[in-house]
Unconditional design. Structure first.
Lengths: 414, 414
DNA sequence: CACTATTTTTTTGAGGCTCGAAAAAAAGCC
DNA sequence: GGCTTTTTTTCGAGCCTCAAAAAAATAGTG
């Protein structure tokens, strides 16, 4: 049951709104903020005076060389980079990367490490994550105020409260409550986010024109993942991060999937599936990890001549197309971003994919469905984590109130 | 971009909250309302005094024969039945029904008609709907204040703004803007709702214990439809009513569906599909309408001996199971209500359904997924429409303000 | 039956918030 | 320098919610 609005929530929400307007617009004037938020000039003036006084915003006097307009020139408001900092941790197959980001969103430090995630025992994997974070936090160059939030991203399934990794293809380990572990160790609020969700968050910030209220980000890599934004909100499952597009059923009882089941979309469109099919290996064979270089070579071969390689991509396209068709039956068509190493081979995938979609309920608008590709997922995931963490600071730390209390109560329940 | 909160929104939202609390709880006292909304007693006292003065609420003095407690007894607050009325219109295959409902939710008049929806021309179909509504509105017995809202429900696809029927299995006609037509004719705000969505709304009111924040209502009838509530909100597509579960792809290139495509879940689990399969008719044969009595006979046969009838239900269960499995991959498992004539044959469907789900990503929690059945969909659809319309009156008419303005703006956009 | 204890509801005063209007500030234009 | 234009700040009014106190209404008690 939703709760009444207290009088003090009012200021809190409007504060959050002003901060969010500044983060989105870059250097808006008070007048612009008043226009986008619908609040009066006096209210914006009062709130921004508070925020400047608290060191959250700054007046960026020397902005552009004045826009040659009559009247009092607008004073741009900007986020004060030193108001806070956040830390992102991205854990992917055999790779761990950390970045420190200032309040304005600039990366001010980073560190990366290779590690054997597939064989590391639990303590060691957690230990490596904690160690790399600790090194960054102890960096003497880090003087941008305190780190107010950690956002960790991982390939795999997380819980819907963004507290724990439940399952991941990068390790046989399960149910690691990374958010709690990080919070306990460093005393900094943390979340454990799903990689594809973070890709979607990042795309929204990168290109709000295209990726606005409804869109789909699909990771084409070892596995097939999805981040979904519907009606302006990140879509998550009721218990987990949800959106396991790769494990929708393409052919009941079909090819063996990495998840142990049969016929999943991923079992036809994941890297291992394309490889298996191109090499003439049985669909019942256990999935193997295929390097990015091998996949690129495979795609090159497929482009060169019409052989089993091209057929493998065709089958991947078909699986993705029917999967998308089923998805579109549920949510209606929306713009799609294909991310990851196999997105670079999307030219090989697209024809069969479109042909399949045309045979589904989504096919009505088949031609209007547009695809964009982005081969490199890691920067996107990190950007998404950064924005997630910064948005949290905006809302929960710099505009605290009832919301934060609800959050705390929710944590106890979870 | 969400808009700032004005000072005057506050009262409006809290008014809406009080009304909603009374609608939900029946006859709560001011103290109970204060507890559930989190607002102070003084605020609730002020708001409820306003609402009583305006004739929206009433003090139901003679409630229960006093709860034998010390202290000043609580005064129950109730909705004033005469504060307003709403009208529901449910259009289904060859059947049109209308009901007038008072503000407290009681049916005060109804009328039903048989008509040949499949062959009626556009003007005639619209004319019949208008005529039956007009008769109810002109009823001299109708003196419960003015009818403030019309909610129409139809089997088929509606647009996401609930304005028009886009496509429906009950008529070859498409794109009928019923909401606009009704509004123009009677000057009463109207919406055009999807039948399965209304089933979900009704289930939520009927059994809030079971159907709360996340659940699925599936209509097993001529076609297969779905109403989905996620995180407490009715899920709709980005353009249409969405949730076309029946047209997710079960077997690429498979059986012929009523929608003209192949391999949809419905092409295996719709009444016509079960019938076709049981009678040994080709999967390529055009779907035919099968009467409810024939379906009940078919189910009886299937229960009696293991023959093609039983096999037909098994295949339906398989299709539904894999479809649900794919759905659960996206949204995680949730309670399911099976509604419609074939829900009465769910005993024949369930084993294969569960077996199929167990082979999918949803299968992890296979045993915890619970099904409930309700053979009669029409009362549910009407109840859902009624609650939809009443909730609108609560929010947009009795607590008007920015909310309504946003709605109007959205209408212009659409 | 009067009185006390208990619980609910209303009243009252204080404090905050947003808004509109007016004033102040800061430029360009002539 | 004075005028115009635009942005930002200031100020008083009007609401709203809240906490505390008062009032109301009933059950228990002697």
């Amino acid at each position: 049951m939703s709760v009444g609005i207290r009088h003090d929530d009012l200021r809190r929400r409007n504060r959050a709104m002003v901060i969010s307007a500044v983060r989105r617009a870059g250097q808006p004037s008070r007048t612009e903020i008043a226009a986008t938020t619908g609040l009066s000039h006096s209210t914006i003036s009062a709130i921004s005076a508070d925020l400047i006084q608290e060191g959250i915003l700054t007046e960026s006097k020397a902005s552009e060389p004045t826009a040659l307009k009559r009247g009092r020139p607008q004073i741009g408001l900007a986020l004060n980079p030193e108001a806070a900092a956040v830390l992102t941790v991205v854990l992917s197959l055999n790779f761990l990367s950390v970045a420190v980001i200032d309040y304005a969103g600039q990366v001010i430090a980073e560190e990366q490490r290779r590690l054997d995630t597939l064989v590391m025992p639990r303590d060691e994997l957690i230990g490596e994550c904690l160690a790399i974070v600790r090194r960054r936090l102890q960096d003497p160059d880090l003087d941008v105020g305190s780190v107010a939030r950690i956002a960790m991203g991982i390939q795999g399934i997380t819980d819907s409260h963004a507290r724990a990794m439940l399952w991941s293809p990068i390790t046989p380990l399960t149910d690691i409550p990374f958010a709690d572990i990080l919070e306990r160790e460093f005393g900094i609020p943390a979340t454990m986010e799903n990689d594809c969700n973070m890709m979607a968050v990042a795309l929204r910030w990168r290109d709000p024109e295209r990726y606005r209220d409804n869109f789909i980000a699909i990771l084409l890599s070892h596995g097939i993942g999805m981040g979904l934004v519907l009606k302006g909100e990140l879509f998550t499952g009721t218990h987990s991060s949800g959106g396991e597009f790769g494990h929708m059923i393409h052919r009941p009882g079909g090819a063996l999937c990495r998840c142990g089941r049969r016929g999943c979309v991923e079992a036809y469109a994941g890297n291992y599936a394309i490889w298996r099919s191109a090499m003439g290996i049985s669909e019942d064979a256990a999935p193997t990890d295929v390097g990015d270089a091998d996949m690129r070579a495979l795609a090159a071969n497929a482009r060169q001549e019409d052989g089993p390689e091209r057929e493998a991509y065709r089958r991947a396209g078909e699986a993705l197309g029917f999967g998308l068709g089923s998805l579109f039956a549920l949510i209606d068509p929306a713009p799609v971003a294909m991310v990851g190493v196999s997105a670079a081979a999307f030219d090989l995938i697209e024809p069969a994919l479109r042909e399949a979609i045309a045979q589904t309920a989504g096919g009505q608008h088949s031609s209007s469905i547009s695809f964009d590709t982005e081969p490199n997922e890691l920067p996107l995931i990190r950007e998404g984590c950064a924005m997630r963490a910064l948005t949290f600071v905006d809302q929960e730390i710099f505009a605290p109130g009832v919301q934060a209390k609800i959050g705390a109560a929710g944590k106890n329940v979870a």
